[in-house]
Design a protein around this ligand. Structure first.
Ligand code: NAD
Ligand code: IPM
Ligand code: MN
Length: 352
């Protein structure tokens, strides 16, 4: 069970360290971890945010555990060399088109939500975000028009097969949950979204047991704070999914809690190849201070055990240990507490 670990920048190495401690404590004999450089640190060491050696390491692994990338010192670089290209490049090169971003309120954490506790208590949703297409991967440029004005543009598009495959992932996920699927788009304005909606409706005929609804993204953003308990599975495109998942994190308490899995079609001898990462970034504002909450990364490691290694029991053990630490009042700075990164790791380990 080979895991390529890419800690990355900012708080990435800090939170990844704690996830590794938790994985190692499980003492799975077949688990081997090896580390590679991604992001700003990779650019500084090798001249590229996703060096060929790192990509080769990912391909040789059964799963990737990813910290975060992003470095303010690199924001002036040409886009192809910026740290963020590491994660975008891995998702594209490895065909990881299905991003699972669960958001559930942990018992005892209702009071930490940005919403009222009785609203927060109801949240148990899964955002299925398409990860290989949309405006993220279309042509883009800043150009100078003949009259001298600059114009920036980004091409948004989805091909029908791209929509179909993520729709199937979402419908199947809904079948394993409460059988409700909400497809989020902007079909009242965007042709990309109209095709998205048409294809989701076509796919729905294969899943008569799942109740499908469609919602415009502006309304979805509103409903997510008005009545988040109404959502079970939400399927949406790359950009809307990025935004709604950060929003969902504050509905359950903090961005330091939300894990994710990026999956494709590749199977290994143990399960589905995947990349696992917290949904947050490198948090330059708190990097190096030992303040980052590692729970999102620890929970991502649990998702890895579940999806890539078929180790449901160990995944559930990690999730229970995180839940127990939270129930016992262990709070990072993101949750108004003073537990540092290492102390949170210790607290989870003690309850494993
Ligand atoms: P961010 O998620 O890094 O931080 C947003 C806010 O949340 C900050 O105030 C930060 O301190 C806080 N925060 C995030 N994670 C936390 C944690 N685990 N514990 C406590 N607080 C936490 O988003 P940003 O500031 O918009 O972006 C910073 C950099 O990260 C940028 O370069 C961005 O491109 C990059 N980024 C990378 C990824 C990724 O690697 N997948 C994801 C998002 C952003
Ligand atoms: C995320 C991040 C990335 C995204 C960035 C860093 C490219 O925000 O993983 O949510 O937009 O997908
Ligand atoms: Mn994001």
């Amino acid at each position: 069970m080979k895991v390529a670990v890419f800690p990355g920048d900012g708080i990435g190495p800090e939170v990844t360290r704690e996830a590794i401690r938790v994985l190692e404590a499980l003492d799975l004999p077949a688990l081997t971890l090896f580390e590679g450089d991604v992001g700003g640190i990779a650019y500084k060491r090798h001249g590229h945010p996703l060096p060929p050696e790192t990509l080769a390491m990912a391909r040789a692994a059964d799963a990737v555990l990813f910290g975060a990338v992003g470095d303010p010192e690199c924001d002036g670089l040409e886009r192809a060399l910026r740290p963020e290209q590491a994660i975008l490049g891995l998702r594209a090169a490895l065909g990881l088109f299905a991003n699972l971003r669960p958001a559930t309120t942990f018992p005892g954490l209702e009071g930490m939500s940005a919403l009222r506790p009785e609203i927060a208590r109801s949240i148990d949703l899964l955002i299925v975000r398409e990860l290989n297409g949309d405006v993220y991967f279309g042509d883009k440029a800043i150009e100078t028009l003949p009259d001298g004005r600059r114009r920036g543009w980004d091409m948004m598009s989805y091909a029908e097969d791209e929509v179909r495959r993520i729709a199937h992932v979402a419908f199947r996920a809904a079948q394993g949950r409460k059988r409700r699927l909400c497809s989020v788009d902007k079909a009242n304005v965007l042709e990309t979204s109209q095709l998205w909606r048409d294809v989701v409706i076509e796919v729905a005929s294969e899943y008569p047991d799942v109740a499908l609804e469609h919602m415009y993204v502006d309304n979805a953003a509103m409903q997510l704070v008005r009545d988040p308990g109404r959502f079970d599975v939400v399927v949406t495109g790359n950009l809307f999914g990025d935004i709604l998942s950060d929003q969902a994190s504050m509905c359950v308490g903090s961005i330091g809690l939300l894990a994710s899995a990026a999956l494709g079609e590749q199977q290994t001898e143990f399960g589905t190849f995947g990349l696992y990462e917290p949904i947050h970034g490198s948090a330059p504002d708190i990097a190096g201070q030992g303040k980052a909450n590692p729970m999102a990364t620890i929970l991502s490691a649990a998702m890895m055990l579940r999806h890539s290694f078929g180790r449901e029991a160990e995944a559930a053990r990690i999730e229970a240990a995180v839940a127990a630490a939270l129930a016992d009042g262990i709070r990072g700075s993101d949750l108004g507490g003073d537990a540092g990164t290492g102390a949170i790791g210790d607290a989870v380990l003690a309850r494993l």
